[in-house]
Design a protein around this ligand. Structure first.
Ligand code: ZN
Length: 101
């Protein structure tokens, strides 16, 4: 998996195309990522008991192929390769060759 929780990604498709955000959650099974504050949709919620009704924003997951990892070194959407350091597989930005931790 190239994208992990807390990574910064850029959205490649849809209404939030070109925007950056932080990854909140990754589902490797479904190949989906949830990005903070992006790909939101509004949902009307009914008043239930003590909970106030109204409109809330919910973050919809994005397909992992529709986001690009933003390299923390060159601050650009990067193509990611892998390098093996000892027993650990490290992600490497193909542009600046820096490891992405
Ligand atoms: Zn880079």
């Amino acid at each position: 998996m190239k994208i992990k929780k807390n990574d910064t990604v850029q959205i490649l498709l849809g209404k939030d195309r070109g925007k950056n955000g932080k990854v909140l959650r990754v589902s490797t099974k479904e190949n989906k990522v949830w990005v903070e504050g992006l790909n939101m949709y509004k949902r009307h919620v009914k008043k239930v008991g003590q909970t106030e009704g109204g409109i809330i924003g919910i973050s919809k997951p994005l397909n992992i192929s529709n986001v690009a990892l933003v390299c923390p070194h060159c601050k650009k959407p990067a193509r990611v390769g892998f390098q093996v350091e000892g027993d650990i597989k490290v992600r490497v930005c193909k542009k600046c060759k820096e490891a992405i931790k």
